[in-house]
Write a protein that binds this ligand. Structure first.
Ligand SMILES: [Zn+2]
Length: 464
């Protein structure tokens, strides 16, 4: 008998140390709130780890908020007479179902090609990226770079498509938040369409592309593969675990990478409590994952024509500024391009997703530390965040049968943006400044490896 009590104690202890108690304890709910109720939700977030999954303005002065909350927060909301609607009641069953579906579902890779019928795990993403350079041609160099390493030493791969004689580059980054699986799949789909599945899109092939499919490898790996971490958003930096006095779980450890890109020391909207999903770390660029992206944006800023950060969920195409409510000066140009994307997405199927175009700061309230602001601040004119499709009550995790279609819609949106931007007055440039960039690659931070293939390719291109 004593043995069974001891066993039960050990199981409980184990589950508590993994944070399972907090995760399974939660429910996902939705509420339409005014400014006053918003503040109460915010307070719950600070004090009891209420996890705001998404929100947007439903009407003037009213926000529709989806959140994950523990019973203590739900009780407090009832006390303040805030009406909410539960959309996931039994989180344990919900997560078990998601993981079982992935395990029992069709293969994610067949004969080396992504099927988009199931989610690729992190190792499969790396393998897919690393096996793509074999599609290089004499005029198009496909290469991979490890642009950094995560806190837990996983590689952050980037696929490069460099066309001989072309300077203008599109950078697409995904997977900054672990649980936003469809963003990773969309980036992989982009690689499939641009490189591996023929020449259906010659206009796109005339641009250079840098695609970073998984900026937060630890977050994605844990969210997809480790039970108890399904809703993990931040990186896995355990230096930033909430102190004991906070009422939150180990799942709250880490830094929100999209609050870690601060510039001008602006801290608005960056949370100082590690319990909260938007905790920004002790200082900007404290995390190896944000440093990795920073190095690419800084190094190539003069040739990057567009930067897109893929997130979920929306659906929104968002443009700077985020740190303040004012729009960037050239917002009309960004909106004009985004309209092309919305139209292209709508043309995919008769019931395709309708993306809304919004300014980040106005729609979500001023928030500093976001990469879109950082990229814009570097002088990259077209800097966007795409919040991809919401998946009903599965919020971040679309059903397997939706993956392919969602990716297809998103691809057509990104393609339309890229094509529009490539036709803008800043014409496709030639090789100006390229030799300088190569030199910078050699002397840049340690984790950006000089790519000998790339240097040889440039040398060849210059000779041509
Ligand atoms: Zn996100």
């Amino acid at each position: 008998m004593n043995f069974y009590i001891l066993l039960l104690f050990l199981i409980l202890k184990q589950s508590k140390s993994n944070g399972y108690h907090a995760l399974y304890d939660t429910k996902i709910a939705e509420a339409a709130v005014d400014k006053h109720d918003w503040q109460i939700l915010w307070q719950e977030r600070d004090e009891n780890g209420l996890d705001i999954l998404s929100f947007h303005k439903e009407a003037p002065g009213i926000w529709l908020v989806t959140f994950r909350a523990r019973p203590i927060s739900l009780r407090n909301l009832r006390r303040y007479d805030i009406k909410y609607r539960i959309i996931v009641n039994n989180m344990r069953r919900h997560i078990e179902f998601l993981l079982e579906e992935i395990k029992e579902g069709p293969p994610s890779i067949e004969m080396g090609n992504a099927t988009f019928l199931n989610y690729l795990n992190f190792d499969e993403v790396v393998e897919y990226v690393e096996s793509t350079p074999r599609f290089s041609t004499p005029y198009k160099l496909i290469s991979t770079e490890v642009i950094g390493r995560s806190v837990q030493n996983r590689s952050i791969p980037m696929l490069r498509i460099d066309n001989a004689g072309v300077n203008d580059t599109i950078v697409v980054e995904a997977g900054m938040h672990g649980r936003e699986w469809i963003s990773v799949m969309t980036a992989v789909y982009l690689i499939a369409k641009l490189v591996r599945e023929g020449d259906d899109f010659p206009e796109l092939g005339r641009l250079n592309w840098f695609i970073i499919p998984c900026l937060n490898p630890d977050g994605y790996y844990h969210s997809l593969q480790i039970e108890g971490y399904t809703f993990h958003r931040k990186n896995l930096n355990v230096e930033y675990c909430p102190p004991k006095q906070y009422n939150c779980s180990i799942e709250s450890c880490g830094v929100d990478l999209n609050r870690n890109f601060a510039f001008h020391d602006i801290k608005v909207g960056i949370h100082g409590n590690p319990c909260v999903g938007t905790y920004g770390g002790r200082r900007s660029f404290s995390e190896p994952e944000s440093q990795a992206l920073q190095s690419i944006l800084k190094l190539y800023k003069d040739r990057i024509k567009m930067f897109i950060s893929l997130h979920s969920y929306g659906p929104f195409i968002l443009y700077p500024w985020s740190y303040k409510k004012e729009k960037c000066n050239d917002w009309k140009d960004l909106v004009r391009a985004a309209r092309k994307a919305v139209k292209a997405i709508q043309s995919v199927t008769f019931n395709a997703t309708h993306y809304k175009i919004k300014n980040i700061g106005t729609e979500f309230g001023p928030t500093a530390g976001c990469v879109e602001d950082y990229a814009k601040h570097l002088g990259i004119k077209y800097s966007y965040r795409m919040e991809l499709q919401r998946a009903g009550n599965r919020v971040f995790m679309p059903k397997l049968e939706n993956i392919k279609n969602f990716c297809k819609e998103n691809f057509y949106g990104i393609a339309a943006l890229a094509m529009h931007i490539s036709k803008q007055p800043e014409k496709l440039g030639m090789m100006k400044g390229k030799a300088k960039d190569v030199k910078e690659v050699k002397s840049s931070q340690d984790f950006v490896k000089p790519n000998i293939l790339y240097i040889m390719f440039l040398y060849g291109a210059l000779l041509n």
